[in-house]
Design a protein around this ligand. Sequence first.
Ligand code: NAP
Length: 283
Amino acid sequence: MSTHIIDGNREAELVFEALKNQIDQASRQTSNKPGLAIVFVGEDRPSHLYVNRIIKKCVEIGLKADRFDYPLGTTMEVLLSKVHELNENSAYCGILVQLPLPKGYDEHAIREAIAPHKDVDSAGSANIGKFYTSAKCFVPCTPKGMHRLLKNLNLDLVGKHAVVIGRSHVVGKPIADLLLRENMTVTVCHSKTKNLKEMTLQADVIMLGVGRPNLLTGNMVKAGVVIIDAGINVVEGKVCGDADYGSLVDHAGYLTPVPGGVGPMTIAMLVENVMEAFLMICD
Ligand code: NAP
């Protein structure tokens, strides 16, 4: 069977085009511009690249994006005071603190310090609480992107079986919740799951967020399954997902590549959340 490869770059570009139009339109009505502030601590190179990609995209579509870099060793007091200052600064409708913070920082305190109406990455408990009670909130960016990729396939999801692999707060749990809202039957697997293959063979849709290359292989799925893979791994210098692309291609119905699948959609969803924050202020 020929597998449809889901082009996350293309899907993200469509989101950015729509956002650019919205920003152009808004700029005709108000002199205010949506602004994103990014607080970054330390030197982690992949995180630097990720943040640079966010800023590049923001600038391309006419959104203000500034980063505030702090060296390792910066005190919690300094970081908290920056977040409080950004909360009050009307130039920014969204704040992203790049997580995880380096060891030794009280991440919980930083997450909670971000004003909920600017918490576009859904880091704090106010947004997370609203999310799990299906109230209006900023939906966490990676699961939002995975869900959007699935929805864009226009498949009938009701009553279908979704298997989520991974149960983190960032990927597994929130995507499981979004799939339940689609009236899918959802099984969540994790490192203590006894027989993963038994679960995945029953799945119509599989969502992965683990960080283990080749965890899911062609013999573990039924033909035609939809696979959306958020995993990011580096093997011999090459980036790959949790799904073994080679053994799944021509077997799955739909498959996201890594890179070029969920990653670009995560950034698109973050920028979409910034726009949502801006529109809330304008209302
Ligand atoms: P995490 O917090 O380490 O969670 C990993 C999850 O995988 C845990 O629930 C763990 O189970 C489960 N797991 C580990 N080994 C397993 C196994 N052999 N079988 C089944 N489940 C297993 O990681 P995360 O932050 O969710 O990130 C997961 C992956 O997504 C990483 O590769 C990360 O880089 C990537 N990611 C991508 C994006 C993006 O934008 N594309 C964004 C965020 C994260 P236990 O709970 O039992 O330990």
